[in-house]
Design a protein around this ligand. Structure first.
Ligand SMILES: [Zn+2]
Ligand SMILES: [Zn+2]
Ligand SMILES: [Zn+2]
Ligand SMILES: [Zn+2]
Ligand SMILES: [Zn+2]
Ligand SMILES: [Zn+2]
Ligand SMILES: [Zn+2]
Length: 1763
């Protein structure tokens, strides 16, 4: 809505005209009415007219606010204070007792801190200020970001187990509570009461007002309402942004931008007026919107409202904020307000607060958020009021949750979310549970919600297709239940009232469990596969929500014996009620003379449910009986339930799972497999699997041992298997295999029942031992990082695993040594040596794969230790508690002995059809357990355990059977064999303990074989290693073959040998002691053996690189770059003013080329590329862009390494090989004469030309022939000058082959196209310029990379870098061969005009300012163009190449002189730290030059630098230029570098000068070099622009030397500092609104509002997010960002592509935390950040993105441009 300024003025005058406003008389009138008890009607009288004027859609936000303050709010403050409000509020503030509670209300994204050691529950949090002043910062804290609801709990003793106060709030502690209202004067209380009640009444009335076209009569304006309506659109969570925006554009005819603004407003505020107008106009918009959004069932909510109603809504909303402000002024006022708002109204109606609570879901989002904030800063800040509010809230809890479940807004914007502020306060929760039946209230709300979810059997059932989310939404209740249960009472805190109300709640809870008992039952499918996968997720979601609550209920029950017994009885009754009547028919089952009555039931044919929470709850209660000396028999707790019924359901689950393992449930599909997976999963198992095992263990206490095992055998269907005669042949093979597997599973279960004693109440275990055991077994699988380990452990109700407190007892944390250069890797835990003894291969929480992995790992460890004993025997289990001693008795029961004999017999039998090694191993394990128990019993003089007697006395005893097995072929594997040895040793030991003589004969024999085995082992290991190597080789070759097969078209006639990659030209042989000189007529000879031979990666053919051969190319990538920019964010000037020939000295935008170094034939590459394009064109359009490369931008992946590329660089033979020795002439021409000649050329080549139309004069550069110049020279000079340019115009052999020429042209055009972002155009004169530019820029970029690493330029480049530079430089040198010579010549003249400005100035044109030009780019272009300056004719020959001769030497001297002038002029002595050093002759000279230059420019320099300082500075500043020049000439001349140049050196400067043929003393460049250079220097300094620049009159930034190596911004060490910094970040587009995804550019530090509609912009017809937009002008398309709230690094390239990489922050375990899921404190890892920096500096971001996209196809579907 644009507001016309004239309109605004007229509204104001109109306002003052119609209703005369005088604050004084208004307040006076109100006071009078107040005396008569008529304040409300007086207020309404005023609001009737003023509200409509203030809240008028024609006023902008700022004006509305100003008017509201002036006309509406300030008068009320005046009334309240009856005088000056400011003064009054100040006085009131002084009366406040300083609050001991922080109570800071969090904004979205603000950092929060919880303490894992001290917080009562994870919802207790601190704000950053309190946290930093608290002791918790030294504890195990957890950080997070606020969702925008909640406040700081600092100072609340109930929130913290210790250290509840930070330093600040501690000082305000220890004051006794006084009612703050007592400090207010009576008449203030009176006035405030009346005003608060009146305003609140109005607010509640208006916010809940449901009429859309009329107001309550007392504020309805007089007369007929005008026809002024608005179409109000409301938000919901159903429709997407896109839908809303599209609809709006249609319905209200607005632009896309306006539609986005509306949609943003709707999302933020919950509603927005989208159309103002007459009723019929608005109504029409409404129908269009509704029609277009009728998605499925529900259209977008739209309402046509009269504008007067909207105005009063707005005022009511403003009033809430005002009230919040007023009550914050004084504790007394706040208390008063709270008391009043919660007071029932006079007419018997509910209090205003209750009205507001109940109306919550009717309100739009902004109104809700404001009213919740009022509650939080009001009632929740005052202890007394909070209690009262808690009672009110609980009273209405059911209604609130019910409306919430039917609503469609998020939980955070529902008033029901305030429960966390109340129920987590232990004292409040306890009070509510005791006196207000809180548990019952919450649970009956759940039960109510469950009502319409029951199926015909009265069980809960879920439907996948159901869309109604109401039931899901009601699951928030489970959090409230958990909060309420957190206040577990100590044993001495129980009262009868508490017992009663708790039991009440418990009964309701058991009701809920009953609804789940037996749900989602499954029946085994036989024959047909299941047609539909049954729903299973709903039930498990519910189970997950209940998990903590079940545990908490069990804890409550266990803390009081009376409560426990009552709970037990109630649960047993529930179990009985759940039992279907037909479940109790029984049959007899007899084995070895023992009989059991078993329930007639078959798991494989009848329904089974994995959900039996009632049974499991009972198991949880049962194990707690022992601590009060209770037992089922003593209190007759089971009533008339048969003991076997207790274990029946748990047993069925086990059998079903066993049958699934045995493959019997294959036809039941994935749904069953998922159920079984989650049943065992760490998140669910505590109240599912674990409790089933406990229940089975409980079963041993109520059943006779033999009967117990028989019951289990019966349920497993092993009634036939258990009989000796089963082994006689016959019967069906398939069912035999199943039976064998079931028998294995059965034995497994017996091991678990007998051996798993780490449950409190069953075994005597110490605190934490359970966690330790979990950790030990996890680490037996493999070493693990902290997060992997934490993920594998179960969490308690506070999401704690207890890992940190015990892990150091059992494991050592090993951090890998961070080797320099590699990123710091995360550390891992390694189990302590002594803990391996506790390893149990049958650990019940192992999955099958974990079990086999751990066994393998442990065997491997034992082998490595070199021992011969590979047995993994059972560890000694903990002692059983007396109540559970029956578990041990299973081991010597008759049936168990029968089973032992059975399996041992079958093992020893010559033929057995049902024997398996797995059965034997399990029986060995069980016998081992029995021996452990026997030893323990003997040690304790316990004579009730008879295993040894039973296993040894008989003739054919178990022991003798074991001894006979020693040489049996069925006991051949190391592990079994060693286990048998261990068993026999154990027997011996136990018998010795009983003073029996033992024959050690067999044992010795056994161990002697072991030695032999050891050797065999070694041999076998060696063989294995050889095999493994062979396998790896085979894999490698297979991969290669595969690659070739995939590219069959390309590899038609090739062998499958892989090429060797890349040649580093820089492996220099040096010339003995002579230091090489690369420039000048007498430069050192080129390196020998330069001929290059390359192999094409596509056709594998090798060939020499010559100018006539088939062209070969390197895959390359050309990109724009701002990496070197000294003025970040600078945009390129308009294309008309832009001239690429002169790179700006701040390098703000360059063209970078990189290559992976892989060589192909040009034609091979062309075929490869054409094939990709063809393949891509055949692809349907919608899949086109889902690729890591974009063929529309000529992109492809290198066929060998998949590096992203967009062009190819032709490989040119070494330049020196192109010239014959005879080309090198000895010419003698001094610098001055050379300059003179060039100057004359320039002056004669510049002409002025008048444009015929515009009459404007422009310059024409027309190179003049050399004869014109020589005529003006002395004869001897002329001769030499001429000689200098005389090249041999060779015959045709000097020309490049056509293939080569084509590639030269192609690459030049590509660089032009990608570097400038222009359409390809081969004839554009800028094409050659861009080729030289990318050469210069890439050299500079590589030089910076090396400089950043403090490396020399020679010998330290990667082969990729040197491959790239050598090919680029050679290319740049020859590319003028394929260009129009006239163009190149013109470029040369134009270049020279900068340093020879007289020619231009004589034509009355301002020459270019020296300070604006990057001298290295200049040098490169000059060197490349100079040879052609006097070339004649249109034929181009190879010999017009730079050779490193006299021309190049003089050119370098000229350019470096200019560069030193730049350095001296821009030197700012104040930037250097002054340090006095001894006199320095060179410095003195430079100082002289410095002062002279300054004088010439007429700029006063202030103070002069010291000579030493200046000379040090010049050396430092010129070094980058020298390094770049050395690279350039090294590759032009192939003169090798000297060894001393290949290491870091303090004298690098002098060495480089020497190499480049420059004087060591730079000052000598200004001495005696002739008059021409003197004059040139003077003319450079005469430039007016230069003078302006130096005097500071110009707005252009002055570039200083050396150019700074750009660094990524510096990041704080502590990640929370960063979170805190962004918490105050607001979206720059929407006034003061919090940005949701603040994203920081790591290059420039700018924070943008990413991934949000508010900040989207249009970029070349594409809608892009703020990060993408920023990357375009900050990084020329390349972006490197940190997404602060997600803690991840975002890389962006080319608008549409991106990827996430790990952030440079790690926790103490060396792990990153993308998404801040773990919340551990994070610190900056310099190493990782450097890695990111290198990535950016080396221009590798596009490459990284492409690799990421290739390997992770999920990323392809992300809309990166929207970030
Ligand atoms: Zn705080
Ligand atoms: Zn504090
Ligand atoms: Zn703490
Ligand atoms: Zn080839
Ligand atoms: Zn490659
Ligand atoms: Zn924004
Ligand atoms: Zn930036």
């Amino acid at each position: 809505m644009e507001d016309e300024p004239t309109m605004a003025r007229s509204t104001a005058t109109q306002l003052l005209g119609t209703a005369e406003f005088s604050q004084k008389s208004l307040v006076k009138k109100w006071l009078a009415c107040y005396q008569n008890g008529e304040l409300l009607s007086a207020l309404k009288q005023h609001w009737k007219s003023f509200v409509l004027h203030v809240f008028n859609e024609k006023n902008d936000i700022e004006k509305t606010e100003r008017f509201a303050t002036k006309f509406l709010l300030v008068p009320m403050e005046e009334f309240l204070c009856n005088g000056n409000p400011e003064q009054m509020f100040d006085e009131l503030k002084k009366l406040d007792q300083p609050s001991q509670l922080c109570g800071k209300v969090f904004k979205i994204g603000e950092p929060t801190y919880s303490c894992r050691d001290c917080a009562n529950d994870p919802t207790c949090v601190l704000c950053i200020d309190c946290f930093q002043k608290s002791d918790h910062r030294k504890h195990r804290y957890r950080m997070g970001t606020s969702g925008g609801a909640g406040y700081c709990d600092c100072g609340d003793p109930e929130a913290w187990k210790s250290d509840p106060f930070c330093e600040k709030h501690l000082q305000q502690h220890d004051q006794t509570y006084k009612n703050p209202m007592e400090l207010l004067s009576d008449d203030l209380i009176d006035r405030a009461s009346t005003l608060f009640m009146s305003t609140l009444q109005y607010t509640v009335e208006m916010l809940t007002w449901e009429q859309s076209d009329s107001l309550p009569t007392d504020i309805q304006p007089e007369g007929e309402l005008d026809d002024s309506y608005v179409t109000m659109m409301f938000n919901d969570e159903l429709h997407t942004y896109e839908q809303v925006i599209n609809t709006l554009q249609k319905a209200v005819d607005c632009t896309h931008k306006e539609a986005v603004d509306f949609a943003t407003m709707v999302d933020r505020e919950g509603r927005s007026g989208v159309r103002y107008g007459t009723f019929s106009e608005c109504e029409k918009a409404r129908t269009v919107i509704e029609r277009n959004t009728r998605l499925g069932s529900k259209p977008l909510k739209v309402q046509v409202m009269h504008t007067t109603v909207v105005s009063h809504h707005q005022f009511a909303l403003r009033m809430i904020n005002w009230l919040q402000k007023i009550i914050s002024k004084s504790d007394g006022l706040r208390h008063l307000f709270c008391v009043l708002s919660m007071k029932p109204q006079a007419n018997g109606q509910d209090s205003l607060m209750e009205k507001m609570l109940l109306a919550d879901t009717q309100l739009w989002k902004a109104a809700r958020v404001s009213s919740h904030q009022l509650l939080m800063s009001g009632v929740l800040m005052d202890q007394e009021c909070k209690k009262q509010f808690a009672i009110i809230f609980t009273k209405w809890y059911r209604q609130l949750m019910h409306s919430f479940s039917l609503d469609d807004h998020d939980h955070e914007v529902s008033v029901s979310s305030l429960s966390v502020q109340i129920y987590t306060v232990p004292s409040l929760a306890r009070m509510l549970i005791t006196d207000h039946n809180l548990l019952r209230v919450i649970l009956s709300t759940i039960l109510q919600a469950c009502e319409d979810r029951k199926n015909k059997n009265g069980k809960l059932s879920f439907d996948r297709s159901e869309r109604n989310p109401a039931f899901r939404r009601s699951w928030y209740i489970f959090y409230d239940l958990k909060y309420a249960l957190t206040c577990k009472p100590n044993p001495d805190e129980w009262t009868d009232t508490l017992r009663e109300s708790f039991h009440n709640g418990l009964l309701a809870f058991i009701e809920l469990l009953k609804l789940m008992q037996g749900m989602d039952a499954v029946t085994r499918q036989t024959g047909q596969h299941l047609e539909f996968e049954p729903e299973w997720e709903g039930a498990f979601n519910l189970q997950l929500k209940l998990e903590d609550n079940i545990a908490l209920f069990l804890e409550w029950c266990g803390s009081d014996p009376k409560v426990l017994v009552n709970a037990y009885r109630a649960t047993v009754s529930a179990l009985v009620e759940c039992q279907p009547p037909d479940d109790v028919r029984r049959e007899d089952f007899t084995v070895a003379g023992k009989t059991a009555q078993c329930i007639k039931y078959s798991v494989s044919t009848q329904p089974v449910s994995i959900h039996i929470p009632v049974t499991r709850f009972l198991a949880g209660l049962h194990v707690q009986l022992g601590k009060y000396g209770l037992s089922v028999s003593s209190s007759n707790l089971l009533k008339d339930m048969h003991p076997s019924e207790l274990i029946e359901l748990s047993l069925r689950s086990q059998v079903m799972i066993a049958q699934t393992q045995a493959g019997m449930w294959r036809r039941n599909g994935y749904s069953l497999l998922n159920q079984i997976f989650f049943y065992h999963n760490v998140k669910c198992r505590a109240e599912m699997y674990d409790k089933d095992i406990v229940m089975l263990q409980v079963g041993t206490t109520v059943l006779d041992s033999n009967e117990y095992i028989l019951q289990i055998l019966h349920r497993y269907g092993l009634t036939a298997w258990i009989r000796e005669e089963y082994d006689t042949p016959g019967g069906q093979e398939d069912s035999l295999r199943q039976t064998v597997m079931l028998a294995e599973e059965f034995l497994n279960l017996m091991i678990i029942i007998i051996g798993e004693r780490f449950t409190d109440g069953i075994g005597t275990i110490e605190e934490n031992e359970q966690v330790k055991r979990e950790i030990i077994h996890q680490l037996c699988i493999s070493n693990m990082s902290h997060s992997e380990l934490a993920k594998a452990l179960p969490e308690d109700a506070n999401n704690e695993t207890g890992l940190e407190s015990v892990v150091h007892d059992v494991a050592v944390f090993k951090k890998p040594n961070a080797t320099p250069g590699s990123a710091a890797a995360k550390g891992k835990y390694e189990l302590k040596e002594e803990c391996y003894a506790q390893y149990n291969p049958y650990f019940f929480h192992y999955s099958r794969s974990e079990q086999s992995e751990s066994v393998e790992n442990q065997m491997k460890r034992k082998r490595q230790e070199g021992g011969s004993d590979l047995a993994l025997p059972p560890p000694v289990p903990p002692d059983l508690r007396p109540q559970f001693i029956s578990i041990r008795n299973l081991l010597h029961s008759d049936i168990m002995m029968h089973i032992f004999h059975l399996i041992l017999n079958r093992t020893g039998a010559t033929r057995s059809r049902s024997w398996s090694e797995a059965q034997l191993e399990r029986v060995f394990h069980l016998i081992g357990l029995a021996l452990h128990e026997q030893l323990r019993a003997l040690k304790e003089n316990d004579v009730s355990f008879h295993f040894l007697t039973k296993a040894t006395v008989e003739n054919n005893s178990i022991l003798s059977k074991l001894e006979k097995l020693v040489w049996h072929p069925n006991v051949s594997h190391d592990s079994v064999k060693n286990l048998l040895t261990w068993l026999l040793k154990m027997f011996a030991e136990v018998r010795k303990y009983r003073n029996e003589t033992v024959c050690m004969d067999t044992l010795e024999k056994l161990s002697s074989t072991s030695d032999k085995k050891l050797e065999e082992d070694k041999k076998r290991k060696a063989e294995l290693a050889a095999k493994r190597r062979a396998k790896i080789m085979a894999q490698m070759s297979a991969m290669q073959k595969n690659f070739i097969k995939e590219n069959a078209e390309l590899f038609e006639h090739t062998s499958t040998e892989l090429p060797t990659v890349g040649t580093d030209m820089d492996t220099s042989d040096t010339y003995g002691d002579r230091f090489p000189i690369a420039l000048g007529p007498f430069h050192s000879p080129s390196a020998s053996g330069l001929m290059i031979r390359e192999k094409c990666i596509l056709c594998q053919e090798q060939q020499d690189i010559t100018h006539m051969n088939r062209a070969m190319v390197l895959a390359a990538c050309v990109q724009k770059s701002t990496v070197l920019s000294q003025s970040r964010g600078k945009k390129r000037s308009d294309i008309e003013d832009f001239d690429p020939l002169f790179m700006s000295s701040d390098l703000y935008l360059g063209t970078h080329t990189s290559t992976c170094g892989h060589v192909m034939h040009a034609d091979c590459w062309q075929r490869y590329f054409d094939a990709i394009v063809a393949k891509e064109r055949r692809r349907p359009l919608r899949f086109r862009h889902s690729f890591s490369y974009d063929i529309d931008k000529s992109e492809f992946l290198c066929p060998l390494c998949e590096c992203i590329s967009n062009t190819v660089i032709p490989i040119v033979p070494p330049l020196s090989t192109l010239l014959s020795e005879s080309d090198r002439r000895e010419v003698n021409l001094c610098f001055n004469d050379w300059l003179d000649g060039i100057q004359k050329s320039v002056e004669n080549s510049v002409k002025a030309e008048k444009d015929k139309e515009s009459e404007e004069e422009s310059l024409l550069f027309q190179p003049c022939p050399i004869s014109t110049i020589t005529k003006m020279m002395a004869e001897s000079v002329a001769k030499n000058f001429q000689l200098l340019w005389e090249y041999v115009y060779d015959d045709a052999s000097g020309h490049f082959s056509e293939g080569m020429r084509e590639m030269l042209r192609k690459f030049a055009v590509d660089v032009f196209t990608f570097g400038l972002g222009m359409e390809p155009n081969e004839s554009n004169p800028w094409v050659p310029i861009m080729a030289w530019n990318t050469c210069a820029f890439t050299i500079q970029a590589v030089e910076q990379c090396l400089r950043y690493e403090q490396k020399p330029i020679f010998g330290s480049m990667t082969s990729r870098q040197s491959d790239c530079l050598t090919s680029l430089i050679k290319f740049a040198a020859v590319c003028s061969q394929v260009m129009t010579p006239d163009t190149v010549k013109q470029h040369c003249i134009r270049l020279l005009c900068v340093l020879f400005p007289d020619g231009v100035e004589r034509k009355k044109k301002e020459s270019r300012c020296l300070l604006d030009v990057d001298m290295f780019h200049y040098l490169t272009c000059l060197v490349m163009t100079l040879p052609t300056l006097y070339a004649e004719g249109h034929t181009s020959a190879i010999s017009t190449l730079p050779t490193g001769g006299l021309n190049d030497q003089h050119a370098l001297q000229l350019v470096i002189t200019a560069h030193i002038v730049q350095i001296l002029l821009t030197y700012d002595p104040s930037m250097a730290d002054t340090m006095e050093m001894e006199a320095d002759a060179e410095g003195e000279k430079l100082l002289g030059i410095y002062t002279k230059l300054r004088e010439k420019t007429g700029v006063n320099s202030g103070h002069n630098p010291s000579p030493w300082e200046l000379s040090a500075h010049v050396q430092k500043a010129v070094l980058p230029f020298l390094r770049c020049a050395a690279i350039l000439f090294h590759h032009i001349t192939n003169v090798p570098s000297h060894a001393s140049l290949q290491e870091r050196s303090d004298v690098e400067f002098s060495l480089l000068c020497k190499y480049l043929g420059l004087p060591n003393q730079l000052s000598s460049l200004f001495e005696d070099q002739g008059e021409v250079i003197e004059a040139l220097i003077t003319s450079w300094t005469n430039n007016t622009e230069l003078k302006e620049r130096l005097s500071g009159a110009s707005s252009e930034k002055l570039v200083h030397y050396p150019l700074q190596c750009n660094e990524l911004i510096s990041l704080p060490e502590d990640y929370s500092d960063l979170i805190n910094r962004v918490s105050s970040f607001t979206c720059p587009r929407s006034m003061g609104d919090d940005g949701r995804a603040p994203t920081m550019c790591l290059v420039c530090g700018k924070m943008v509002c990413s991934q949000s509609y508010c900040c989207q912009t249009d970029l070349d017809g594409m809608t892009v997010g703020a990060a993408t937009e920023h990357s375009m002008h900050c990084g020329a398309g390349i972006g490197l960002f940190l997404r602060v709230r997600e803690c991840q690094v975002l890389l962006l390239a080319a608008k549409t592509k991106g990827c996430f990489v790990s952030p440079p922050y790690v926790d103490n375990y060396g792990e990153t935390d993308q998404g801040l899921r773990r919340g551990n404190p994070l610190h900056l890892c310099e190493e990782n950040y450097k890695k990111l920096h290198r990535l950016w500096l080396s221009h590798s971001i596009p490459e990284t993105i492409a690799h990421n996209l290739e390997t992770n196809s999920n990323l392809l579907s992300l809309e990166w441009q929207q970030l």
